[in-house]
Ligand binder design. Structure first.
Ligand code: ZN
Length: 193
């Protein structure tokens, strides 16, 4: 079982309001985080329709910071982050991109949600308490987020053909509760630990 209590109780679900304590520790609902991630995704296309080939995620940390993770980088994110800051008063302080195909930062196509968890496992961000995602979450990511007590949206029905375990990405052994998940999946072929 997880050592981390489920964070859902702490995250308010009324979308209209946000509790402003200070710029660095304001909390918005998880649904608002989803809307921000969806807006970032739609900013990629000319007509603001969803862009299905990449996923964007925005995490809220235990310290009240907001960090964006994306599988690919687009210039339009600059303006959209600014617009989201104005609209929801959410200050996205960092942006991390998982599109490095080689070298030490190679990510093997890791999902944006797992990139966020890997960054936390590596001590590069504070513990995520809630995550907004631009579309439904795949079952493996959903299970990892549940294990770590990260408030999250609904899951999609089927597994995706490619997936990378956040512990693998972080260069660590998986916790016992997540060791049944493959360390990597490539074209539906699962690689065990
Ligand atoms: Zn996933």
């Amino acid at each position: 079982m997880s050592d981390y209590p489920d964070a859902s109780r702490d995250v308010r679900d009324d979308d209209a309001e946000s509790t402003s304590v200070s710029k660095s520790c304001k909390k918005v609902s998880r649904r608002t985080l989803d809307k921000i991630a969806e807006s970032l995704n739609c900013s990629i296309t000319e007509d603001r329709s969803p862009e299905p080939r990449s996923t964007q995620a925005v995490v809220q940390t235990e310290k009240g910071e907001y960090v964006m993770f994306t599988q690919r980088e687009y210039n339009c994110f600059d303006d959209e982050i600014h617009a989201m800051d104005k609209k929801y008063r959410v200050w996205i302080s960092e942006r991390h991109i998982g599109d490095q195909s080689s070298g030490e930062e190679a990510d093997e196509g890791i999902h944006a949600e797992m990139l966020a968890i890997s960054f936390w496992l590596q001590g590069r961000i504070n513990r995520p308490t809630a995550i907004g995602v631009s579309k439904s979450i795949c079952p493996r990511c959903w299970e990892v987020l549940k294990y770590y007590g990260v408030e999250r949206r609904e899951q999609m029905e089927d597994n995706t053909p490619n997936w990378v375990h956040p512990s693998r990405h972080a260069g660590q052994e998986p916790p016992e509760g997540l060791s049944h998940l493959p360390q990597k999946v490539t074209k539906n072929r699962e690689y065990d630990w």
